[in-house]
Write a protein that binds this ligand. Structure first.
Ligand SMILES: Cc1cc2nc3c(=O)[nH]c(=O)nc-3n(C[C@H](O)[C@H](O)[C@H](O)COP(=O)(O)O)c2cc1C
Length: 178
């Protein structure tokens, strides 16, 4: 059984990215357990003075969750052609230890746009030494959709199969790493 940690880069209650990671968890193949990280909004702003023994509890919880996971899945919106502050802040906390080093990671996309944020996230995560899985990118076009429609799109059999296949492909990548 592989344990995967899924992170949405949006704090919005009706977030399309959070809906996508929830659907990935619900549709994971039988040999993968996808857990959703929900602490992004509680993380204090990263300060290198607070690394090591002074690391705040919420930040060390994130670091521990990433350390324990066999792989990380990120779905993140784009704000002003960049990575939203909350997501970047979480990644900054992970730089402070070696949780990211060699950790398999996959980006998935809830918007067909967000090309700057995709490129920036990939660059940041490669720089942090995540082992980024880049062969197949899952994209479910949820941009601008409201919850009932989001649910309907994510319930479509073709999308459920695409989600399962994406996690399966990522699991294969993780197994080839170890
Ligand atoms: C402040 C702000 C800035 C945005 N800037 C961009 C942008 O530069 N490019 C883009 O493709 N979408 C942009 N968007 C749209 C969001 O990326 C889009 O609504 C996304 O689906 C939101 O994700 P969520 O549903 O998970 O919250 C922006 C949205 C907000 C609120």
């Amino acid at each position: 059984m592989l344990n995967l940690l899924a992170i949405s880069g949006s704090l919005r209650a009706a977030s399309t990215n959070s809906a996508l990671v929830a659907a990935l968890a619900a549709n994971a193949p039988a040999d993968c357990r996808v857990t959703i990280y929900d602490g992004l909004g509680r993380l204090p702003i990263f300060n290198p003075d607070d690394e090591g023994e002074r690391t705040p509890r919420d930040a060390s919880d994130l670091i521990d969750a990433v350390t324990r996971a066999d792989g990380v899945i990120v779905s993140c919106p784009e704000y002003a052609h960049g990575v939203p502050g909350g997501m970047k802040n979480a990644l900054d906390w992970l730089v402070s230890r070696d949780a990211a080093v060699g950790k398999p990671a996959m980006l998935v996309h809830a918007s067909p746009r967000s090309l700057y944020a995709r490129a920036a996230l990939a660059e940041i995560m490669r720089t942090m030494s995540f082992a980024l899985y880049e062969e197949t990118a899952l994209e479910v076009a949820l941009l601008g959709k409201k919850p009932p429609e989001i649910g309907a799109i994510l319930a479509e059999p073709a999308n459920q199969q695409a989600m399962r296949e994406a996690v399966k492909a990522f699991a294969g990548f993780i197994r080839r790493q170890t």
